[in-house]
Ligand binder design. Structure first.
Ligand code: 13P
Length: 272
């Protein structure tokens, strides 16, 4: 019997490797509300040589006020600049908001949408996450859409249901063509900024639920091409194990993206 299993395992392994190869790993920093423009310039200048050899996409999502400095500092390097939010209207009387067109005009390529901190503190809903995602992709931005369960939801056994619901809601009316510019970041709320990382298996499982939700709407073939990151206390010490998982196509990094050395170690882990 065992003799017959070997080739089978080989096929499975080959399929896993092939599927991962279909997707681009992306390591994105989310600086949250940290760094002044001057500090932005200094940190990116420190990071540039450390990530220059990356074999994955390297993105830094920075506060709006830091975008100009970040774009300037990253010029000529492999670092792409992202924003941390975008409004869903094109223009108008929306005091304090920033449109997708303003971001692209400023040299921004990525935007984080629906981070749990925005859901928790700023009234972000699945509907507004969807509207922002549509606005972003329609303007030519790449959307990094965040989903994730709270500890209470996990303990009640709702993780799969919730992740699938949030994913499908975020992607409502997003065409398969537009989906090419969408990345999903699975960020369990209980793992964000807490130092409690999901185990590699939990991250892989959560990302797998997101991929399954995408498959249910767009088909398995399309789902295999979507980059799904893990986020939540990913750091220089645990990145290797996390990004090695079949469904983990890189990471969305908070605290560790504010330290050039640590961030570069994570980029190296995703470059293997
Ligand atoms: P930490 O890496 O600080 O836990 O933050 C994760 C996060 O929220 C990235 O968006």
């Amino acid at each position: 019997m065992l003799i017959g299993i070997d080739p089978y395992i080989c096929v499975i392994k080959r399929r896993i490797i092939m599927n991962k190869a279909k997707r681009q790993a992306i390591i994105a920093g989310n600086w949250k509300m940290n760094k002044t423009p001057a500090e932005t310039t200094a940190l990116i200048n420190e990071m540039k040589p450390l990530v220059a050899d990356a074999n994955c996409e390297v993105v830094l999502c920075v506060p709006f006020i830091d975008i100009a400095a970040a774009v300037e500092a990253a010029k000529g390097s492999n670092i792409k600049i992202g924003a941390e939010n975008v409004h869903f209207k094109a223009s108008g009387a929306y005091t304090g908001e920033i449109s997708a067109e303003m971001l692209t005009a400023a040299g921004v390529e990525y935007v984080v949408i629906g981070h749990s901190e925005r859901r928790q503190y700023f009234g972000e809903t699945d509907q507004t996450v969807n509207l922002r995602t549509l606005a972003a992709v329609n303007a030519g931005l790449k959307a990094i859409v965040c989903v994730g369960e709270t500890l209470e939801q996990r303990e009640l056994g709702y993780t799969e249901t919730l992740l699938k619901y949030q994913t499908k809601m975020a992607l409502t009316n997003v065409s398969a063509e537009q989906l090419k510019n969408v990345v999903i970041a699975y960020e369990p709320v209980w793992a964000i900024g807490t130092g409690v990382t999901a185990t590699a298996d939990q991250a892989d499982e959560g990302n797998g639920y997101v991929r399954a939700a995408i498959a249910e709407v767009y088909g398995a073939e399309v789902a295999e091409t979507v980059t799904i990151q893990y986020g939540g206390s990913m750091n220089a010490g645990n990145a290797d194990e996390l990004v090695a998982k079949v469904n983990v196509d890189g990471g969305l990094i908070g605290g560790a993206s504010l330290k050039a050395q640590d961030f570069s170690v994570i980029v190296k882990a995703a470059s293997k």
